[in-house]
Design a protein around this ligand. Structure first.
Ligand code: F6P
Length: 319
């Protein structure tokens, strides 16, 4: 392979820059040219493509966001747009593509691979929702951002003896909420993977109040319901006033943690190695601390890792 392309797509995540740097430097190290594709699949179709050199990815390892910009491109689902994309790639002499992103980005990569253009998926999303990898790039940083927010909210919750609801991102997955809830000592965690027992939740809150426990933290994953809706239910059923904090896009920003930078470097470099073996339709991940590659189509396998033990533990520790 003489020239490869790299793009970032979907919701950005801290560490994407470190992954771009790893792809570019690893390829150049092996004498392979690299084209940066700007603005995700949208930019690919529009031909926003520029060669990247060693210096172009200097000073980005510590930066959040993505220097290649990102976009969501719903039109990429159509055959015609996918063919146009392959046309652009070929016109620029690109023989393989590294796609850094989440679920939607992987779908685009799979479609191109099935049309004969080799693509490699590198998991970049704060949601940690890609099957086949224990962690995605950006999850650790987002988690630490959420923890920082919980700690701050806890101070005021304690001072005012209030119940706080903190809504966190994660799309349909509860990982961010679950990990943040356990690490932040939340009293209650509401995630899509566990059927929400609203009556039980309200009962526990009421009992806590009756026992004199006046402040508590509830973490709700956006995939279940909004913080505002949960606040209404609690008010109706228990007559308890709450305050709601929707953390929103703050969770997607910031300098990546060391862990995310290391993960991004490892996974980005592995993607280049797989392309050098002339393989496509492959996803890169980390399992039990080992960098792995597997069929891209298996990254859509709905079966997710079992984290119920963490949920149970959090309940046991927040009595
Ligand atoms: O997939 C990353 C993510 O931040 C999700 O957690 C969230 O649901 C979504 O993207 C928000 O998307 P947007 O930035 O397009 O509003």
């Amino acid at each position: 392979m003489k020239k490869i392309g790299v793009l970032t797509s979907g919701g950005d995540s801290p560490g994407m820059n470190a992954a771009v740097r790893a792809v570019v430097r690893k390829a150049l190290y092996h004498g392979i040219e690299v084209a940066g594709i700007y603005h995700g699949y949208q930019g690919l179709v529009e031909g926003k493509i520029k060669n990247l050199d060693v210096g172009d990815v200097g000073d980005i390892i510590q930066r959040g966001g993505t220097m290649l910009y990102s976009a969501r491109c719903p039109e990429f689902k159509t055959d015609q747009v996918q063919e146009e994309a392959i046309g652009q790639l070929k016109e620029h002499g690109i023989e393989g593509l590294v796609v850094i992103g989440g679920d939607g980005s992987y779908r685009g990569a799979l479609a191109l691979s099935e049309k004969g253009f080799p693509c490699i998926g590198v998991p970049g999303t704060i949601d940690n929702d890609i099957p086949g990898t224990d962690y995605t790039i950006g999850f650790d940083t987002a988690l630490n951002t959420v923890i920082e927010c919980i700690d701050k909210i806890r101070d005021t919750a304690t001072s005012h003896e209030r119940t706080f609801i903190i809504e966190v991102m994660g799309r349909d997955a509860g990982d961010l909420a679950l990990w943040a809830g356990l690490a932040g000592g939340a009293e209650t965690i509401v995630i899509p993977e566990v059927t929400t027992d609203i009556e039980g939740l309200v009962q526990r809150l009421k009992q806590g109040h009756e026992r004199g426990k006046k402040h508590s933290i509830i973490i709700v994953a956006e995939g279940v319901m909004s913080g505002g809706d949960l606040a209404k239910v609690i008010k109706e059923k228990a007559d308890i006033e709450t305050r709601v904090s929707v953390l929103g896009h703050i969770q997607r920003g910031g300098s990546p943690t060391a862990r995310d930078r290391v993960l991004a470097s490892q996974l980005g470099a592995k993607a280049v190695e797989v392309l050098m073996e002339n393989r496509g339709g492959v996803a890169i991940g980390i399992r039990n601390h080992e960098v792995v590659d597997y069929e891209l189509k298996d990254a859509f396998n709905k079966e997710r890792k079992d984290e119920l033990s963490m949920y149970t533990l959090s309940k046991e520790l927040s009595i």
